[in-house]
Design a protein around this ligand. Structure first.
Ligand SMILES: [Zn+2]
Length: 414
């Protein structure tokens, strides 16, 4: 049932062997470590396997604007019961913060119609369960959804775009995007991808009750561009730092993102002399203009501290400035708005959404004006040679190498 070049590997067999060998040598790492990344919305998760037939069940998906204490009709509970459930679970999960699109279920005894249990889908990996105990008391706890993880290895060849090649090979959009993100530090998929590029990717698939629920992360990938092999290995070290590394343990991530926004095209490059579209005169443009729809999220290109948020004269409009270290600062202009919590002094991490593309100030259309200063003078961010982020720490290197070898054996046998 699987196409050529694609192999399902039962994780129980291979991965358990791998994990056992890793545990034996005290490697504090698990291939599918627990992580709480919220994935695209999937409501098909059946939160419980057992008990379906011994309860009356009221199921509901949270709609926009709904609050827990008003779910009387949806769950067939009265206000007092809802209030009680809210109180009892407070220390485990705050039900006043239920999220749109998540599932909630109330279970009743079919004989007397008495409330027995409530389940709420916190995220893809966790549920809140409030259950009536034998003594009649309610007890709340957070449970991890136990997925069965299988690994899948897929390879492909690029004819047009990576996206098309990925789809043709049977990869989900999420995995294709993830692969592009992982290698984006070294390869510009908009420009440099050549016909004949090749990729191989080993990634997780998560199953519940025999049904594939969602795709997990990429564990290892190889991309061949212009006859050069680029490798990516996912590794979470004992201090919980997660990153992608090459075979030598160098971090693939660099100090700055290639672009702080998912753009359609560069509408104006870095130039010391350009004809200004609004002013009709020649000016310098010491920034990059990225054309993107208004409202597109803008990310901090590197970790740093926000040093300006607000309206910056009539040229830049709504603007954010970030100081990254003693050397670089970046500026994001013409925004339509700022992300929640972004103010003077806020510390941001690389890739964090700080605002949204707009056309405020002197601007002819929706775009992000992105500028970078090095030692207080403007530089072209596209031609800077940024350093990579910190490699694997020496204290984790031995474990990394053991993990890498084990993963390579899986990768090459797939
Ligand atoms: Zn500009």
């Amino acid at each position: 049932m699987f196409s050529k070049g694609k192999k399902e590997i039962k994780i129980r067999k291979i991965l358990s062997l791998l994990i056992i060998s890793l545990i034996i040598i005290f490697v504090p790492v698990l291939i599918s470590g627990l992580y709480n990344k919220k994935e695209a919305n999937v409501n098909e998760i059946s939160l419980i396997k057992e008990d379906f037939f011994s309860y009356h069940l009221n199921e509901h998906i949270i709609n926009s604007g709904e609050v827990f204490v008003k779910l009387n009709t949806a769950l067939n509970l009265n206000s007092q019961q809802l209030q009680e459930l809210l109180e009892i679970s407070k220390n485990v999960y705050n039900l006043s913060q239920i999220k749109v699109g998540n599932g909630i279920k109330a279970f009743f005894d079919p004989n007397n119609n008495e409330f027995q249990k409530l389940e709420y889908e916190i995220d893809k990996d966790n549920i809140l369960v409030i259950e009536k105990q034998e003594n009649g008391q309610l007890k709340a706890e957070k449970r991890t959804i136990e997925y069965e993880v299988k690994l899948d290895k897929i390879d492909g060849k690029v004819e047009n775009s990576l996206y098309q090649a990925g789809q043709k090979a049977g990869l989900k959009d999420k995995t294709i995007m993830e692969m592009a993100d992982i290698f984006a530090w070294d390869i510009d998929f908009g420009i440099e991808v050549r016909e004949g590029d090749e990729f191989e990717v080993l990634y997780e698939k998560k199953f519940f009750d025999g049904k594939e629920v969602y795709v997990g992360k990429i564990l290892m990938a190889k991309y061949k561009n212009n006859n050069k092999d680029y490798w990516a290995i996912y590794y979470k070290d004992a201090e919980n730092r997660e990153d992608y590394y090459d075979l030598e343990g160098n971090c693939l991530r660099k100090q700055f993102l290639r672009a702080p926004v998912n753009y359609k095209y560069i509408s104006s490059g870095y130039s010391l002399s350009r004809f200004h579209p609004v002013w009709g005169v020649y000016t310098t443009h010491q920034a990059i203009d990225y054309a993107a729809p208004c409202g597109t999220p803008v990310s901090a290109s590197g970790a740093g501290t926000v040093i300006f948020v607000g309206w910056k004269n009539n040229v830049y409009g709504r603007t954010i400035e970030i100081r990254h270290n003693g050397v670089y600062t970046t500026r994001y202009a013409h925004l339509s708005g700022y992300a929640k919590g972004i103010k003077y002094g806020t510390k941001v991490v690389q890739g964090q959404i700080i605002g949204f593309v707009g056309t405020s100030g002197t601007s002819t259309g929706c775009h992000l004006d992105y500028a970078m200063k090095k030692y207080n003078s403007f530089v072209n961010p596209l031609t800077q040679n940024f350093e990579r982020s910190e490699p694997i720490k020496e204290i984790h290197r031995e474990n990394f190498n053991i993990y890498k070898e084990a993963l390579l054996r899986l990768f090459n046998s797939g």
